[in-house]
Structure formats: C-alpha cells, structure tokens
Design a protein around this ligand. Sequence first.
Ligand SMILES: [Zn+2]
Ligand SMILES: [Zn+2]
Length: 263
Amino acid sequence: MKFTIHGVRGSVPTPGVEYAKYGGNTSCFEIETCESQIFCDAGTGFRSAKLLREEKNVCVFFTHFHHDHIQGLPFNNDLFPEGTKICISSALYDKQTTRAVLKQYFSACFFPVNIFENLNHLSVQSFDDAKDALKRDVDISFINLKHPGGAVGYSFVKESKKVVILLDNEFQEPQLDGLSEFCKDADILIWDGMFTKEELLGKRGWGHSSIEQAEEFTKLCDVKKTVICHHAPYRSDTDIDELKARISSGRISFGCEKMSFYI
Ligand SMILES: [Zn+2]
Ligand SMILES: [Zn+2]
C-alpha cells in the first residue's frame, strides 16, 4: 500500500517560508490500495488530495472532531461533483453523532454551505459498517486515546503491512501496554509530537505528547518506523531540523507534507 502524509501541523495552519519545508497544513493522512482510498482526518491537508472516487472506495475516518482535523473537508474540489458515494466515519461516535457534529460545524453560523444538504453523496456510516465494507481489502481497528473530548487511534493492516495513527494523544504510562500491543509490528507509526519534554511540563491536560516520548515509545515497542507529526504551529523548519539532529535512532523521523511511503 501507499501511505501519504498531506498535513503535519497541529492546531492551526501555518503559512510562511519558515514552515515551507515540513509544511503548514493540518492533519490529513492517506492510505491507498488497489481497491481503496482511505483518509485519516481531513485537516487543511485534505484540500490538495486527489480523490479517486471513480476507481476506488473512498472513506474518511476521523480520529476526533477538533477543528484542525476536520476543517479541510469541504475545501477539496473533488468532493463536490455528484456521483459515487464517499464514506465518512469515526470510531469515536456513532453515526448520528458524527453527522450531527459535522453538520453543525459546516453550516451557518460557522460555515456558508450546509454540506449534508448540498452533497447527497456524503454517506456517514458507523465505524462497524465502514470497517465491514473495507474488510476484504484493509483491516481497520481503533483504540481510545487520552485527549480532551476524546480521540481514537487507528490501525490499518493490509496483508502483513501495518500503519498506525495515534493522533491526538497525551501519552501516559498506563497506556504503554495497550498501545504497544496496538502498534505491534507496525511498519509506520504516526506519533503526536506536538511538544518537547520541557514544553509539556506547562501543557499538562492539553492532550498532546512529546518528541522525547516518541523516542522512548519507539525504543520499547516493536515499531519499524515512527513518524512524528502534529508539529506545534510555532515550530519552524529550523526548529524541527534542530530537534531532528538530537535524535539518534534511525527509526524516528519528522513528518513532512507530501511524504509518501510504499510499504
Ligand atoms: Zn489536533
Ligand atoms: Zn485534538
């Protein structure tokens, strides 16, 4: 499968030359197989993704509904033409709640167009139904994470290949066993590295983990590659390069917009 990162930024998009190398768009990840095109979150990175609606089953799974994970949804032009259904789902809520939350966000007074009244081909499905529809191709599981308002992490497995996305999560020691098992043998793990260890001291309860925790977790767990994402909006390319230089493990990298992995 092909795994592409469309957005690496946490909280809010960050335009500007000092963010151009890693990218300023908010969370969006894509898994493409012969039959399916699966997105995890639709932050502003979703805007430039090419939707393969005519060729594949397109489904968007949301980790949670904070604005940096949903705000790009109606800005992808491929979403608008009538035609093949696009599935929207989340393991965080049942389908009625998923629909109600998105409907509220994408309608007046927050947004000019009510997306569910104007786009009949958007089909909100329960996680179980969406998982079932894709199960011959990709096996999808979820795990509850620690984040204000809740969030879920997803694992996508095709044959022996596995991608795990753990956004947004405030890592705590009691999660270690459950997350290790969930990430076991992952080819790629997306980690919430919003903060550094020092920054995290003043940000307890904000729902995010640190770059140093990515290192510790990767050391302890059976993960082939950890990609740190959800970069803080103030973190410039120079800052990330400096943090990168401090990491000795070859199994850890920093996510960069438009980075693709063939696994
Ligand atoms: Zn976020
Ligand atoms: Zn969040």
